[in-house]
Design a protein around this ligand. Structure first.
Ligand SMILES: NC(=O)c1ccc[n+]([C@@H]2O[C@H](COP(=O)([O-])OP(=O)(O)OC[C@H]3O[C@@H](n4cnc5c(N)ncnc54)[C@H](O)[C@@H]3O)[C@@H](O)[C@H]2O)c1
Ligand SMILES: C[N+](C)(C)CC=O
Length: 490
């Protein structure tokens, strides 16, 4: 593996100060694929100090946005140059199919290109001042030192949503990827160094959340935390970040409704219901795991899903016939199994799946069969909680109002879908569904131009789009009196 298996601090590739290491395994067969440094608070402190120095006394914040944009676009070019290697590493690390990883790499290059092009498009604005003989202008400045923490399910995609806008707006940063899937994030730091990101501007620390992650949240030299991960972790970060009132961007979990009306295109809805959940074995924040089907087509729709699910090919992400790979870890597999047990105990009916596969080829990996529960009610834990695995729950509805009510009966508000050929009805539902993204006759589509993020406990703020860039800026009003006179009040 041609990869610097180290941390990157102040422009240097380094081991952990403690010399501790962590092994990284392939979830398909539990083979060791790499050994990386296991940093701790002292490594995090060194990286934060480098980022603080680079922001306070370096040039990056005052580099013309046009030049910053060119560096960010160069990163996009290098990602495209190395996309096959990056896709290989992502599938090796996460178990997802290499086709999915190739798609991720295209998306990721697009994110860096989008923010590279947006970098110098917002020079602020002149205000038509109400005060005679004055100049009033609004400018956007970088926030400062940004702590960036990412999850294991889309390691490089979620990293790109943070790195690209932060660099484009002149911030410095310390990134901590998930300790179990660091490989593509290491690679992109190699590419950022090659693209000319100055020493100290982007720093990479490797290790656990309760050491490095907590240091980033607690350290008063960090001005912003951008976190993507589970709600429980997000709440801990919110509390820790209050130490110096950090700016916060939180992209948290989802339990995403997918509403299927009887007047939908049936085959499209079946296909999209499967795509909406079983990509990456359901380990997707916006997976449409909460299926809500109009009663009149419920049985036919469920039967169609079950027949398709029974034919799924599970296997290695590097086998081109594979449709679904393993879950990320033994711990996560155990969590999904407990989640399914709870569904059975609550009275949901197992229509298909609900156990590990028996295929001898799959016994070394963390595999779980695609699973569908019917006879589900909104009060069930298996309906309300994010299982983060290949598990669909199915509820019925009889009216548009009931469909929307069920969709909104959740602590989450990340994303949702509506399938119908009555576009007026789709728009009415979309207007009432309390979530950051609503797809109509589509599911799990996203691109750099449109903002992404959650209502309610699915998060705070937005990534992607212009809002994703604004998250990394502070807004300043500069007022100049051209004919100043004493006020003589006192
Ligand atoms: N909203 C989105 O866009 C989005 C995208 C991807 C994943 N997710 C969510 O992420 C979750 C799955 O990812 P995960 O299992 O890696 O989540 P997680 O919360 O367990 O870990 C996420 C990151 O936080 C770090 N961390 C753990 N404890 C920490 C602490 N106390 N302080 C600081 N950092 C800490 C981890 O090391 C990891 O890097 C799911 O809930 C999924 O919905 C959301
Ligand atoms: C990539 N995304 C944000 C749609 C799903 C992440 O889990």
């Amino acid at each position: 593996m041609d990869l610097k298996l180290q941390q990157y601090i102040n422009g240097k590739w380094v081991d952990a100060k403690s010399d501790n290491t962590r092994t990284i395994i392939n979830p398909f067969n539990q083979e060791i694929i790499a050994t990386v440094p296991e940093g701790d608070e002292s490594d995090a402190k060194a990286a934060i100090a480098a980022a603080r120095e680079a922001f306070d006394n370096g040039e990056w914040a005052f580099t013309p946005a046009t030049e910053r944009g060119a560096v960010v676009r160069k990163i996009a070019e290098l990602i495209e140059r190395d996309k096959e290697e990056l896709a290989y590493l992502e599938s090796l690390d996460t178990g997802k199919t290499v086709e999915e990883s190739r798609g991720d790499m295209e998306d990721i290059a697009g994110v860096f290109r989008y923010y590279g092009e947006l970098a110098d498009k917002d020079g602020g604005e002149l205000i038509d001042s109400p005060v005679p003989n004055s100049i009033s202008k609004v400018v956007h400045e970088p926030v400062g030192v940004c702590g960036q923490i990412t999850p294991w399910n889309y390691p490089l995609l979620q990293a790109s949503w943070k790195l690209a806008p932060a660099l484009a707006t002149g911030n410095t940063l310390v990134m901590k990827p998930s300790e179990i899937t660091p490989l593509t994030t290491i690679k992109v730091f190699e590419l950022m160094e090659e693209a000319g990101v100055p020493a100290g501007v982007a720093n990479l620390v490797l290790g656990a959340g309760d050491t490095i992650g907590e240091e980033l949240s607690n350290n008063t030299d960090v001005d912003l935390i951008s976190f993507t991960g589970g709600i429980a972790t997000g709440k801990k970060i919110m509390q820790a970040a209050s130490v110096n009132v950090k700016k916060l961007a939180l992209e948290l979990g989802g339990k995403n409704p997918n509403v299927i009306f009887a007047d939908a295109d049936f085959d499209l809805a079946v296909d999209q219901a499967l795509n909406g959940v079983f990509f990456h074995a359901g380990q997707i924040c916006s997976a449409g795991t909460r299926l809500i089907v109009e009663e009149s087509i419920h049985d036919e729709f469920v039967n169609a899903l079950v027949e398709r699910v029974k034919k799924f090919k599970l296997g290695s992400g590097f086998d081109e016939d594979t449709q679904m790979g393993p879950l990320i870890s033994a711990d996560h597999l155990a969590k999904v199994e407990k989640y399914v047990e709870a569904g059975i105990e609550e009275g949901a009916t197992l229509a298909v799946g609900g156990k590990r596969p028996e295929d001898p080829e799959l016994q070394k990996g963390f595999f779980y069969l695609p699973t569908i529960f019917t006879d589900c009610t909104t009060d069930m834990k298996v309906v309300q909680e994010e299982g983060f695995g290949p598990v669909i729950t199915v509820e019925k509805f009889r009216s548009e109002e009931e469909a929307v009510k069920l969709s909104n009966d959740s602590i989450y508000g990340l994303a949702g879908g509506v399938f119908t050929n009555d576009i007026a009805k789709a728009e009415r539902c979309a207007a009432k569904m309390r979530m950051g993204t609503v797809w109509i006759n589509e599911f799990n589509l996203y691109f750099p131009h449109a903002p992404w993020g959650g209502f309610k406990q699915s998060g705070i703020g937005r990534e992607l789009g212009k809002l994703g860039m604004e998250e990394y800026t502070e807004t300043k009003h500069i007022f100049q009196n051209l004919k100043p006179e004493p006020i003589n009040w006192f």
